[in-house]
Design a protein around this ligand. Sequence first.
Ligand code: KG4
Ligand code: ZN
Length: 336
Amino acid sequence: MSIYILGLESSCDDTSAAIIQDNKILANVTANQDVHANYGGVVPELASRAHQQNIIPVVHDALRNANISKNQLNAIAFTNGPGLLGSLLVGTSFSKAFALGLNIPIIEVDHMDAHILAHFIYDENKQPPKFPFLCLTVSGGHSQIVLVKDKSSMEIIGKTIDDAAGEAFDKAAKILGLPYPGGPYIDKLAKDGNSKAFKFPHPNIPNFDYSFSGLKTSILYFVRDRLKENKNFIEENKTDLCASIQFTIVEILLKKLKLASQKTGINEVAIAGGVSANSGLRNALLAERENSGWIVYIPKFEYTTDNAAMIAMAGYFKYLKKEFADQKIRPYTRQK
Ligand code: KG4
Ligand code: ZN
């Protein structure tokens, strides 16, 4: 008999609901929050208010798209952290109340684990990664290299000591006057630019760790100085700037990933998280398939940025092990 799980994601600024039937996604509905665009970043209070407005409609739509009734659900899986407290509270409270009403269990899911487990969502054209594999998990809040030993055993072997890769994209985009979140804009504009036009420095950080705050500062000063000479500098060089910035971020990411692969001897390599949507990063990974003989795993676009399908997938694995949460469970803001 099939297991049906409702997955809910509300850790940041996307309210998302998904229905999974075993490991197959039947529906994945996301309400994005445009309200933050004017502020150049996510405003936590506005995010939680928007989650309140969106959560019932997205759950309703997910059930309708999956063509199942709420009474068919076996469990509700929700993001319990890390994330913004007010945002998480909307998803966790809703899940607890809905599950209580339906008399079904709740399953807590870690957002970062779920980004990785999105690779296990059934796809007739793809095989999931084989254990152990390395996963470069890059999003707006995190950048880390994870040694994935098993679905429930993940070790962070490298992480950023300051900004995340997504933040580096977004902050660079802000300097160039692009809307928030700027990662996808940089990606788009970079396609028409010369990635060698401008050179930005790499951080000098030991082991598998990352740092992106120096890059942001160097872009800021570089652009500021050029604007003094030519007030149209950004406009005249936008695509080259985007291509060069993207090239640098991807180079920084790949350097440590290659080191991790060499040191661990693992050549099964995956990417996950919002930044894994980036075409430069995807191409760089594919190039390593040729150069380093990596077996690479690139997620479907819809499972890169925040989504509930990945929460439902992670929830299904816990359901199989009967790892249910108590109603007393509380969200956490920082990665455990
Ligand atoms: O995983 P995610 O949706 O949310 C967090 O958990 O943080 O990641 C969002 C981040 C943002 O910084 C956004 O700019 C970045 O992912 N992003 C991209 C692209 N699409 C999303 N960065 C570069 N290129 C993209 N195509
Ligand atoms: Zn995320």
